[in-house]
Design a binder for this molecule. Structure first.
Ligand SMILES: [Zn+2]
Length: 124
């Protein structure tokens, strides 16, 4: 699936690895007290010592020496908005970004308001 609208891309969480532009699907949190790196579902907000990771980097993560990696099952389908949501969002963005054309049903008129609000002659 490709997301081509820049407005949509700005709202997506990105992998925090430098040079990686993939969407984040997991959050890595270093628990220093336990020397544990926890890879779990994408956090709803940023915390200290936590990093968003894409699927690839989340799977490739290796812990520093002496550290343990704890992985919670991450199912991207449960985390990412559904395709329908993304399509709806993309549609909304396209709608907002669409240049305004003069509505074809309201052609410019030289005098006064015309159209369906026609003056009806008064009958005597
Ligand atoms: Zn990545």
């Amino acid at each position: 699936m490709r997301i081509t609208s820049p407005s949509v891309r700005q709202q997506a969480r990105r992998c925090s690895r430098s040079g990686c532009a993939n969407a984040a699907v997991a959050t890595l949190t270093y628990v220093y007290a336990d020397s544990t790196a926890v890879v779990g579902p994408l956090a709803s907000f940023s915390e200290p010592h936590s990093y968003d990771l894409c699927e690839t980097h989340g799977q490739r993560l290796t812990a520093p020496r002496g550290w343990e990696v704890v992985r919670h099952e991450v199912n991207p389908d449960d985390i990412l908005p559904s395709t329908d949501d993304l399509l709806a969002l993309a549609d909304a963005v396209r709608e907002a970004a669409r240049p305004t054309h003069a509505p074809p049903e309201l052609p410019p008129t030289s005098g006064g308001r015309r159209g369906h609000l026609r003056a009806v002659p008064l009958l005597p």
